[in-house]
Write a protein that binds this ligand. Structure first.
Ligand code: PLP
Length: 413
């Protein structure tokens, strides 16, 4: 399946029906372990799996479902297609992918140079979990120039400990963009001073259809596949993609922790991937239709959407679409935001995003409630901010629901 369009590869790639009794789709492999034809074969499979022996045609195979399964392998291979990655790994959640990546690439005492704001779970993992292992943080914001960031790195001076530049763009929940060119400059500066930082990019919001960070210099891209990639709000999964040399290190951690996606999740993801581009484009069209409506609403004070009326230069360099997650600030503070949320009927009140159905949430009291108040204020996550994940329902029904709820938001009891 070489030289085909990604949309073809995502449906037909890496799979030969003849290997599975002619099944058009790979059957689900619910088994925890695999039999060997001989003790010699078992020994050979283990040697290959542990990297002690190079894979040979016809030798090497499945051993135990914590290490690999046919469903996991197919989903991982297909996931590499859009991002153009050498290797992919699937996990049982986005946080499992992010935490395994950090555990594989960081040592106690290392520094993560990271963008702000971050998804609340990542922020919590960095601040409260990695801190126990002596990992330190240096944040930088979307408005900062390379010179400003480099100045702070120089003041710190511990370049040999700056092991990771962690980027979330667009950021959750503000949709701010980080310029990958600036990230490259930061990485190169650390390298020129003796550090060996690896760039890890969380591409959950736009990827892999509207943004491919590996093509903009990232070494590893991570996903919450719970969102657009899974796309139906019926599974939890995560992924890490990149070069074999780095991904093998992360795989070692996953093999030990056992936080891989199970065969059923991998099977569901393989199915979801086939419609990923269709779903993301349909949801984006809905989101764009709503922008024009929000603009005219007195009840909407601010709109946060990638590349929308700000950061257009960065948007044009690295994004081919804006996705379908919109932040709106409601006039009247948290009380008005709550009235808006409570009045929604079609749009469901739930955390998460990227599903076929539209969802709404209040970040300050839910997804980002673990982020200290002063840090939230510094990030600009205000109490009147609502995050909307726009689905693929009919635009007219979404408009009617949102219009009704915005009206209610301005009605005091
Ligand atoms: N990264 C981003 C940007 C997210 O929005 C989320 C979840 O909301 C995660 C990572 C974590 O993913 P999961 O909930 O699948 O662990």
């Amino acid at each position: 399946m070489e030289n085909v369009h990604p949309q073809t590869g995502i449906i037909d790639g890496f799979y030969n029906p003849a290997d599975y009794n002619g099944a058009v789709k790979m059957p689900l492999h619910h088994t925890s372990t695999y039999t060997f034809e001989s003790a010699e074969q078992a020994a050979a499979f283990f040697e290959i799996s542990q990297g002690k022996r190079a894979p040979e045609p016809g030798v090497g195979g499945f051993i135990y479902s914590r290490l690999n399964t046919p469903n996991l392998q197919l989903a991982e291979n297909r996931l590499t297609i859009y991002d153009g990655a050498e290797m992919g790994l699937l996990f049982e959640s986005g946080m499992a992918a992010i935490s395994a990546t950090c555990l594989a690439l960081l040592q106690p005492g290392d520094i993560i140079v990271h963008t702000e704001p971050l998804y609340g779970g990542t922020d919590h993992f960095f601040r409260d979990m990695l801190a126990h292992w002596g990992v330190r943080l240096m944040g930088f914001g979307p408005g900062e120039t390379f010179e400003q960031i480099a100045d702070r790195l120089d003041k710190n001076g511990e370049y040999e400990r700056m092991a990771m530049v962690y980027v979330e763009t667009p950021s959750n929940p503000l949709n701010t963009l980080i310029d990958f060119e600036v990230v490259q400059q930061v990485r190169n500066h650390i390298h020129s001073q003796g550090g060996a930082a690896v760039v890890v990019a969380d591409n959950t919001y736009l990827g892999p259809i509207f943004q491919q960070p590996l093509k903009h210099g990232a070494d590893v891209v991570v996903y919450s596949c719970t969102k657009y990639i899974g796309g139906h709000s019926d599974l939890l999964a995560g992924a890490a993609l990149g070069s074999k040399s780095i991904l093998q290190k992360i795989k070692k951690v996953r093999n030990s922790l056992g936080n891989m996606a199970g065969p059923h999740t991998a099977w569901l993801l393989t199915r979801s991937l086939e419609t990923l581009e269709l779903r993301m484009r349909a949801a984006e069209a809905n989101a764009r239709a709503l922008l024009g409506f929000f603009e005219k609403q007195h009840a909407v004070e601010t709109i946060h959407y990638p590349g929308y009326k700000r950061q257009t230069d960065i948007y044009q360099k690295q994004c081919s679409g804006s996705g379908a997650t919109i932040g709106i600030e409601i006039r009247g503070g948290q009380e008005a935001a709550f009235r808006f949320l409570n009045a929604l009927k079609l749009v469901r009140l739930a955390v998460s995003l990227g599903g076929t159905e539209s969802l709404a949430t209040h970040p300050a009291t839910t997804t980002h409630s673990n982020v200290p108040e002063n840090v939230r204020a510094h990030y600009g996550i205000h109490d009147n901010l609502v995050r909307l994940s726009i689905g693929i329902e009919h635009e007219s029904d979404l408009l009617a629901d949102l219009e009704h709820a915005l009206k209610k938001s301005q009605q005091y009891a």
